[in-house]
Design a protein around this ligand. Sequence first.
Ligand code: SF4
Length: 274
Amino acid sequence: MKRQKNGAFRKGAHGAMVMIDNDREGTVLRIERSSIHDGDGFRTVVFLKGCPLCCQWCSTPESQKFEPEQAGETRYGSRMKVEDVIREIRKDSLFFFISTGGVTISGGEPLAQPEFTKAILQNCKKECFNTAMETTFFASWEQISSILPYLNTVFVDLKLVSREKHIAFCGVDNEQILQNLLHTNDAEGNFRLIVRTPIVPGVNDSEEELEKIGAFAASLTRLRHIQLLPYHRLGTGTYQKLGRPYLLEGVKSPSAGEMERCRATVRRFVENTV
Ligand code: SF4
């Protein structure tokens, strides 16, 4: 079998040999090591730059634009080849094996650079690293389904079920996101589906919206659990640095009691709500 320049072959999901495009370039925001919040064990998290959404509570505004940007002394993002990313990931392989950790691709939105994301994950599978992806699922199902076979865990944000509110607070229609989540019911692959909802006061913490979120999540047959995460104000300093307005000024993080109320509502639909 012929091997192309800087490419590598590996067995695909159905045993066929597939070509991995190690020369492909993408825009990486940063690579973080030893994270314990983005999957099992210690994770090396590859944050890709660029997101088609613009959530008003986004805590990483530096991840939204697709191209690298400069704010004062700070440079956000750089162009990297797949092989460069994999070289960085490999440095942590010992930690993956002793902590049952692995690699998480996050963003921004990793599905906005689908071929780059896929090539990184294909390499990770070739090296037997556990893989996860944090995504909004705002992409075509064709792109998503081509990546799922290389994933152990998929974390999907479900911010709002109400369409008009999703457009108002996240900048895009959520129809495609909801449809893609439903497609996972029949998808191939052994991935775990975990849904995450940031609880943002005044946006999605009403009983009505929480019931919609719970009822929708209950229709997902692959769902392991739904995680409700309290809104926080980390990242507001970065808005200042980037010269962008922070639209949720004055909104406070929900209290522990408020979070428990939200969990109790969603738990009426999905027992495994954490
Ligand atoms: S999807 Fe995530 S990265 Fe994109 S704007 Fe929303 S919070 Fe920020």
